[in-house]
Design a protein around this ligand. Sequence first.
Ligand SMILES: [Zn+2]
Length: 208
Amino acid sequence: MYDAYEGDLDYLEGFKDDGDENVRLLEPLLAFRLSRAYRRSDVLRAHLRIESAGRPRSEQERLYAGYKAGKPGFNLAANPDRIIGRHGGTTFLGSWHMEQPDGYTYAVDLTHHWKLDWDDVHDLLRASGLHTTVPGEPWHHQSTTIRGALPGPFPDGTTTEDEMTPEMEERFDGLATWVFNGTTMILKRIEELSMQLEGTTPTEGDDE
Ligand SMILES: [Zn+2]
């Protein structure tokens, strides 16, 4: 937690896409880095919007129940009790978009409505420590994974970029993505198999 946290959340309210996105649960590092990225770029302020942020655990439970029951309008949703991974004393559950046991959500989905190029957007966001962590999902960003905080600036004024060359950072990101992707694939496969045993067939989905 840092002093300007609530103020940053208020600032981020101004970049919601439809207005129903919930930014109030964003974990402090993600809120800090996303606010910083917006403050430093008029391009992002003009065109980048928050399409999906966090949802309470109760909402994840509702989505998962609807998906399991095969109700119309419900897409693949993660089981709120599946374990994503552990870091330090924290166990991450369900989806990065779901409220975690510490009360925070750890991912944000962004949209530019085809007005920008993702490569350009990623350059701007990486400069503030926001990284894509799900291959094939250029909109999905996190500042923290099961490996801890990803490279970037911190509210106390320090930055891990100072200690890392771009080449090291590249390797770090590759490894983080690889580990995360591998874990996600295995979890999705297990989920698929359990669905098959229950006689339902899951559809392809994202990190939801
Ligand atoms: Zn996402």
